[in-house]
Each structure stands twice: as C-alpha cells, then as structure tokens.
Design a protein around this ligand. Sequence first.
Ligand code: SER
Length: 877
Amino acid sequence: MNSAEIRESFLSYFETKGSRRVSSSSLVPDDPSLLLTSAGMVQFKPVFLGVKDLGFMRATTCQKCVRTTDIDIIGTTNRHHSFFEMLGNFSFGDYFKSEACAWAQEYSVEMLGLDPDRLWYSIYEDDDEAERIWAEEVGVPRERIVRMGAKDNFWSAGPTGPCGPCSELYYDQGESVGCGLDSCAPGCECDRFLEYWNLVFMQFDRAEDGTLTPLPNQSIDTGMGLERVAAILQGVRSNFETDILRSIMARAEELTGVAYGSSEKIDTSLRIVTDHTRAVTFLVADGVLPSNEGRGYVLRRILRRAVRHGRLLGRTEPFMAEMVDRVVELMGAAYPEIAEHHDLVRRIADSEEQRFSTTLRQGLAFLDEEISRLKEAGSPVLDGRTAFALHDTFGFPLELTAEIVAEAGLDVELDVFEAEMAAQRERARAAVKDESWTSFANAFNEIATRAGQTDFVGYERDDATATVIGLVTGGASVEEIAAGTAAEVVLDRTPFYAEQGGQVGDQGVLSSERGDVFEVTDTTLPVSGVISHRGTLTSGTLRLGDTVSADIDVMRRERIRRNHTATHLLHWALRLVLGDHVRQSGSHVAPDRLRFDFTHFEAPGADQLDKIERMVNAKIMENHPVRSYETSLTSAKEAGVTALFGEKYGEFVRVLETGNFSKELCGGTHVARTTEIGLVKIASEGSVGANLRRIEAVTSFDALEYVEREEAELAEAAAVLKVQRFDVSERVGTLVKRVKELESAKERVKENLSAQSIDALLAEAFDVGYQLVITRVPDTDAGGLRGIADVMRARMGGGAVVLATVAPDGGAPLLLAAGSDDAVAAGFDAGAVIKAVAPHVKGGGGGKPAMAQAGGKDASGVDAALAAARDMLGTPE
Ligand code: SER
C-alpha cells in the first residue's frame, strides 16, 4: 500500500466502526497553551474535557502534525520527523479500552496484513485491566505484553490537559535488524521493535500543579504514525524510503546532484532537506511566516537548517521553492490547502532562503575562524556572546550554531547566550515602555484590595457620578491632593476608557461638588481592573471619598470610535484582498489617526491598496450596524470570531460584530453604524520588519482634511500649469516629455559643436608668433566651453584661444582663455587677458597664464570683450 492507500484504508475502516471522518485541523492550534498541533487529539481537547459537544461520539482523522522537540536529531535517524501524519480514532465518552485494543489488532492484522506473530504490546505498569483485555479478550500471547513506566506509557499533550495511561503496538522487524543484545525488547533504542500505534486511555485532566482529576467521560485517543506503517508495509528500513518521502528526496538529489547512499554525511543532509521541506510547506500554508518568535521561529529554524544542508550538499543556488513544488505535487490532493497556497509557500520559502543566503556564507566563515581559534586554544566552548553575534548579525538560529559547533566537537555557552538575548529583549521593552509607570503598580494593587475595582460604564455613557477611591502621586497612595499636583485618580466607576488593545486612553475632566477640577490627560490600566485617570488638579483639593462628576472629552472619543471601527474594516478587507495569512500584529487607535500592523510577505501593490480602501469605504457607506455582545470564549471561537494570535483571553469575551462580515474579539469602543466613520483614507503603507507591514490611515474629519490637502496641491499644480485640475497629469506628462526632448537636443548641440564647428572656428586662426583664435562660440555651459577649448588646442597642435559664449539656461556670459606651453613662452597670459576683458561683461575672474575663466552678468558685452582681447593681443580686426 502506498501512503494514500493507507490513509484511505484507515479512515474507512474506522468509518465502519461508526466513526465520523473529520478533516485534519490546522497546524496552528486553536489553543494558546500549544505552539503547534502535535497530535491528532489536539483539535478534540475541549471535547475530552467535556466543554464542547460535537454531536457525535466517535471520530477518525488523518492529522498533520509538527513536533519540534528534537529538531537537531532529525536527519540523523530513519524515524524522526518535524512534520508527520498521524492516523487516529477517537471516542468521546463512548467506547473504551476493549474496543480500542480489539480494533487496533483487527486493523493491523486484517487490513494491513501484519503478521500477528510479530506484534508486541506495551502497557502502563499498573494497568492490569489492559493486560487482561489484550490477553483474554483479544487473545494475544501474554509473553508479548510488556509493562513500562510513565515515561513511555502515560500520555499527555502538554503539561496540562487531558491525559491517561496508554498501550502501544510494536512490530518486530526481526533479529537481523536489532542490536542483538539479550535485553532487546520493545522500548529498546535499536530499530528492531518498531512502535507504530499508541492507544491512549484518556481518563484524567491534569492541572497546573500536577493533580489529576478524572475526566467527565472516559475516552480514547489513538495515534498511528503513517510514515512508520508505510515503512513496514513497503518493506523498507527507513521512513525516508517510503513512497512520499523518497520522492521528495529524489528531488533534492536532482537539485544538488548527489545520490542517497553515498555517505552518512550526505544521507543526513538529504534527510534533513526532505523532512524540513514538508514542514515548511505545511506551516506556511497554515499561515505561519518566518519570524524571531514562537511558531515563526520554528519555521525560520527549520527553513534555515534546510538551506544550510542544501549548501553542504553543494547547491549554491536557491532551491527550496523547487523542493516545495514536489511536496505540493505529492500531497496537494490529500491536503488541498498546500495546493491553494502553493504560490505563497514558494515565495516565502524563496525570500527567506535569499535573506539567509546573503549572510550564511559570511556567518559560516566567521564561525569557522572562531572554531579553529578555539581548537588551537584547546577550549571546548564557543562563548555565548559569539553565538549571540551570529544570531543577531548573521541570522543564525542558536540551534544552528550549536549544531555546527557540535560537528566540530564543541559546545555553546548557553547561559551567556540566553543572558544576551534577555538583555536585548529588555532593551527593546525599555525602549517602548515608560518604566516609571510599572513601579506604580503596587499603589494600585493596594487600592484594589482596599476599595475594589473600577466599574467601566463607558460603553453606554460619556459621563458618570463617581466616588474617589484612590489617589496616587509620586508612586505613593495618598488621601488628598492639592491644586497643581500631578496625580492619578481612581474612581469606583468611570466612563473613561483606559488604554488597551491599541486604543488610546480617554481625556476629559473630573469635577468635584466643591467645583474643583481635575484635568485628565490620559487613562490607563496600571493593574487589572483598576482604571487610573492621570492628570493635574487645577484648583482646590481632592480627597478620598469625594463625589465627582466624570466627563470624557466626547468629541475626542467620537473620533477614536470611528478610527477603531475602521481598523476592523481594514483588517477584514486586508484578509480578503491579500489572503487569509494576514494577521493583525498590533494597532494604535488615536483620535487623529490609526495604525494597523499585520503579517504579509511583500509590499502590497498600489492597486491592492486602492481596492482595500474602496472596499472599506463601500462598507462605510452601506451603513452597517455595529453590535457588541458578551459570550464565552468557546462559543465565540465556534462562531468563527477572529481572535488575535498569542493573545490571552478570559473565559468571557466581548465580540464586536460589524454588519454580518466582520467579527472580532475586542474590548474597545466603537461607532453604532459604519456611516459615522464618514470616510477612510490610507495615508501610508510600509515595512516595519520581516514580513511585517504597517498601514496608517485617517477617518472622518482627518480623512476630509487629507483629501482637502491633496486637492489644494492639485489646484496649485493646475494653476501653475494653467490647465483644469483633471488635465494636470496629462499636461505634466507632456511637459516631462518636452523636457526630455530639450535635454537630448542640448546634448546633440554639444556633440555637433565639438564635432563639426571646430573646423570653422580654427579657420579664424591668426599667427601672432603662435596660432591664436579669438571668437564667440554657440551657447553652451562652462563645461561645454572648456571642452571646445581643449579640442581646439589639441587640433591646433599648440597655440591659444580666447572664447566667449552665453550659457543656455540663465543667459550668463562666460569667457575662457587658454594657451599651450609654446604660446605662454611666447608671451600669452590667459589670466591677464581674462582680467582685462571681463569687465565688459560685468564679470570677474582669472587664472593662470595657461588657463583662465570668468563669468559675467551682462551678455551684451560679449563682443566688446572679444574686441578688447584682439586689441590686447594684436590681432587684426
Ligand atoms: N495522542 C497520542 C500520541 O500522540 C495518541 O494519538 O501519541
């Protein structure tokens, strides 16, 4: 059976057992506790925990998975993969151990045709029930059931969540394959006993502190490695020799010109390129882009490791995009998303490869030098600062550096590297954060403990009557503040929105019953649930317990609302126009502008930006209602609400719904209907990092002003050009064309002059003991004039010239005199001539006997100047 046949046989077998065939979920899990989907059960976690009901109790899947724990081992073995496919069957509180074991046996023997005498079974050390089921119900020989500890036979997807004891099926590949030791048995490091199927008996939910609580229902989660089963069925020793992987490797052989089997080193590199290409393809197709954090970093590490091994195989040109083509060709039918995003994957792989290629060679040279230096010095460790420099300057992921130095038998000083990284992160954080505010948190915690949290009433209203429950100044909690004090005021309730989720804090006033006014310049959330009004008391005093009227600056808030809803519209349009991989990575919503950062791998075209702006404005004019409601995080996700990547949400969330097309989790303040936004204009778009773009836009009054400024610019241009506004571009086009024509005409004049008219000028030469030409030449600039003088002198074979011209732009007269050594010896003095004649053109200048120049202001004196030169040098009229 080839891989496609195995997939199909597994899924249809479990369909006959009443399971629903469910598609593979994305590699990017819907679960903040996990970086990537690493097992078939990930998409069913909430079902196992009893917080979600699918409406069916048995499922079967072929799940794409990525595991990242041992990336550096991948390639050195026949079995490790970053990306792999896991076949699974699941019971949600329905069948349990008996069926799971019986069906695993039946499928292995009846459907896959495995020899039952070669099958072994491991069980968790305490699980007598599993032993009984295997031996008595399924009827396998007791001597082939082995007990193992929690490390091997207790399974969980992570530190917390559903888990339970498990039982694994092993296939004995025969004595010839193994280590040959007497102790060799399932669990041995060698290749003889191949573990191919894990049956997990989901019984517990593990909490952060490690306690196990029984799950509401006992469940089943099994996982069978497709690559391993394919290797058994296809009779090959390595997963890399099964149909799909071997074909991907064949492409790597073609592109690098080396053959699998030539040497262990070559095979390792080929396996790395083969394995990693699949991971890259599937990760990008699921929306992961290379970056320095989280999933993006996993992708970057894998991609860069593959690129380096491609270079080790001798390939100097980019090759990853072509590798991707093969993966899509082989797996696109089973996973349509990679075919759909084929082009995107190629481009990302290619641009990341190019980016890394430019520094890879320099980085390797640098590292090689370091390694030889260390070896000479007999030092076994590459220092952390060097590893950090490689990371920072050459883009070497730490793991790559570690792998390269390990090849030379050295280690990396990890703690110093980590310290450097932490220091860099800290610098970055300090650069964006006003430190003084964080130290204030204590005072606010104390207020929250004493007086409770602030009730935010600003979704519904712009003002409120409230009680002062906290006053903070200079970092300390106080009971009273006096006029002129800069302070922070905490109220029991407030309409002021605290800066959060990219939306800036409100401004406004708090006025006491006595008529004293506290001007609020910013509102923040120093600790969760406590809203702080930051500003200055302009008169009187303010005390704890005072009643105040809190009024926000309504017009300013109005403008913030418009900008906030506009960012949602922009997000919606960006995803439609640029693709689903676009994800919000930050935003700033102020009264006068908005900023939206998102992931994308290239600059959007002007036509795409136009389209985005038009789509947003169309949604504005269509006057859609904007609604918000609270719901549980689970039902929001089920309803397909867009949540921000990596953001932590509480159990209850606020959903912001615009029309029926945009749904986002958002705590911000918004307009009631889209028409309130008026108009959106995109003011700029640019890159703010690798695969990170930023759009700045304005709405309502600011958009109007923006358009007015553009219009005024256009009106001014039209006035200068003396045309209607709608004719400006046409007129400018004509003018640009005309300027180009004139410039090339000018060039031609210069060339003609030097080529043809020189003869005519030379015909005017007189002998005054040396050859002398005094003449006016056609209009040219100072450079042109010098050129003519040089050519003339060269052609005269010595002699002297006195030339005049008028510069074509500006009409300034220019004079030049120049003589050969012979002429100077015979008494010619260019400096003296120019000095004497320049006043005729209201100019000044001078130079040496061999060469002098002058510029003037009066072109009408040119002829008089030349006449004066003739008088002086004694040539006939
Ligand atoms: N979740 C288990 C595993 O990954 C069985 O599918 O091994």
